[in-house]
Design a protein around this ligand. Structure first.
Ligand SMILES: Cc1cc2nc3c(=O)[nH]c(=O)nc-3n(C[C@H](O)[C@H](O)[C@H](O)COP(=O)(O)OP(=O)(O)OC[C@H]3O[C@@H](n4cnc5c(N)ncnc54)[C@H](O)[C@@H]3O)c2cc1C
Length: 481
């Protein structure tokens, strides 16, 4: 038994939804595209699962958060796929792939062949068992990666109102779940080995702000320790969490958020892997020219930082998927993916965004006891990352823009003094006209000195120099390529 399609997307998550929309916009014919997904639902905006979905009042449910509502684009329901002649093969796991023969074999025994494959298999939640701790299959222990996990968590939460929950892990999932548990009137203790929450991204000062916020909502933090084992009652429910330091925590439920693992296994030995993901070029094309990879599973060149990276965030899933479709449909008109890493989160009434890279020296600004504050990261004299809590749309756009410009920064105390004002003023400047260049010989351009930003010289000078630096870097890159 078998079917053949021109385009197949393996995986039906965020990236698949955005790719489907762009395929349809580019005018593919009915019957040309197929999406195969293990989940029984059409692609949806996964971040909704740890935010609205877990709330006790008016929680959103499908179809309200199908892709592509996250970018205010059309909401792709089952009806939409049908009307656009896109074959959705749901509730179907692909159990093997043969890249050479261009075929996928489903768990139901069907062979689906393709001319072009987009791998969008995302990632799966790491299980406690992979760290030698057993019992996470108990009915009151939950993970959160997909709609089924979220539905299960809601059921458990509803039976635990007024009770105690332990959240294992202090990353994205742990923090967002802890906030939802609190809103569901459940007492929360967070346990993680690091000295601070969100240790991979936040500075200790930023973490401390959010930990204080959570503490003000009643959350207890047990840091620098890890889960050792569970104790269960006769029905198998976990009743006590035992930590490595001997602490015993009575519980009604446990949520585990200890990281994810990209779903690469079908392609190991067939495609080149790097940084734990499937390696792609600037067209999101893998080591096999008929196969593309996007979203959490793809390791792609981040041009800004001259590095291959694998990101686990929704914006990169959406944009990498769209870029792959553009590269497939119009390869000659599509350049290399030029992505500015972007992460965000919303918990309680707080909301933050981060752009770029959290490398180098940190410059905090704003009022950490108030509602709006932030940080810049300056690496090798260049601004490479920006974080902002409590910003307006314009302010978030400004930090995104200044991060992409990557201006040189020499006077760190002045940057700290100007704070968000620096991003706002840089972002409002039009790009300066290119400075006069003697002759057309590119070597003359390369000989020009790299200007740096002296904040003390005033913001006007600073921004024009920053913009010149941006122009210069781009020009230099063009010249060198
Ligand atoms: C609860 C939660 C909250 C999040 N919140 C945020 C946030 O606030 N901000 C942010 O930037 N990011 C957030 N993320 C991350 C973001 O959702 C992911 O980066 C994004 O979903 C990745 O998209 P993807 O399409 O690559 O993978 P996914 O959306 O994970 O989709 C992968 C799909 O492939 C399917 N699949 C895998 N293997 C197979 C197979 N063998 N056969 C068939 N189907 C298969 C899976 O079932 C799944 O449907 C969150 C993630 C979660 C889980």
């Amino acid at each position: 038994m078998g079917r053949a399609f021109l385009y197949v997307i393996l995986g039906g998550g965020v990236a698949a939804g955005y790719a489907a929309l762009d395929f349809s916009k580019s005018g593919i014919s009915h019957g040309e595209l197929c999406i195969i997904s293990e989940e029984p639902v059409a692609p949806y905006e996964r971040p909704a699962l740890s935010k609205g979905y877990l709330l006790p009042e008016d929680p959103p449910r499908p179809p309200s958060f199908h892709t592509c509502v996250g970018e205010n684009e059309e909401r792709l329901t089952l009806k939409w796929y049908k009307e656009h002649g896109i074959e959705l093969v749901l509730g179907t796991r692909v159990k093997s792939a043969d890249v050479r023969r261009k075929t996928l074999l489903t768990a139901a025994g069907e062979t689906i062949s393709y001319k072009i494959l987009i791998i969008a298999t995302g990632a799966r939640a790491l299980k406690l068992e992979e760290f030698g701790i057993y019992g996470s299959n108990a009915e009151n222990v939950g993970y959160l990666r997909n709609l089924a996990d979220a539905t299960r968590l809601v059921t458990v939460m509803r039976s635990c109102v007024g009770g105690n929950a332990v959240v294992i892990g202090g990353g994205y999932i742990g923090m967002e779940c802890a906030a939802s548990l609190v809103i569901n009137k459940i007492n929360v203790t967070m346990v993680f080995p690091e000295a601070q929450c969100m240790a991979r991204l936040f500075t200790p000062k930023i973490s401390s702000y959010y930990e204080d916020l959570y503490k003000s909502k009643g959350v207890r933090f047990l840091k620098g320790t890890v889960l050792s084992s569970f104790e269960n009652d006769s029905s198998g429910k976990v009743t006590t969490v035992i930590l490595r330091d001997g602490t015993r925590l009575p519980v009604d439920m446990v949520v585990v958020g200890i990281g994810i693992l990209p779903n690469t296994s079908l392609f190991e030995g067939q495609l080149t892997l790097e940084r734990g993901g499937i390696k792609v070029n600037g067209h999101m094309q893998t080591s096999d020219s008929s196969v593309y990879a996007v979203g959490d599973v793809a390791s792609f060149p981040v041009k800004l930082f001259h590095e291959i990276r694998r990101l686990e965030h929704v914006d990169s899933a959406r944009k990498s998927a769209r870029h792959a479709v553009a590269a497939i449909m119009a390869p000659d008109k599509t350049g290399d993916f030029d992505y500015l890493p972007f992460f965000y989160s919303r918990v309680f009434t707080s909301s933050w965004q981060f752009y770029g890279d959290n490398a180098g020296e940190v410059v905090h600004y704003g009022d950490f006891s108030g509602k709006s504050f932030g940080a810049y990261w300056v690496n090798n004299g260049q601004l490479v990352g920006s974080f902002l809590e409590g910003g307006t749309k314009e302010e978030y756009e400004a930090i995104a823009k200044v991060t992409r410009l990557m201006p040189m920064v020499e006077d760190i105390p002045e940057l700290e003094r100007q704070g968000l004002g620096f991003a706002l003023s840089v972002s409002q400047q039009p790009p300066p006209p290119p400075p006069p260049v003697k002759g057309t010989d590119s070597s003359i351009v390369l000989e020009k000195p790299l200007y740096t930003w002296h904040a003390t010289a005033g913001i006007v000078v600073a921004t024009s120099i920053a913009l010149f630096t941006y122009w210069y870097r781009r020009r230099r890159r063009r010249v060198l390529v």
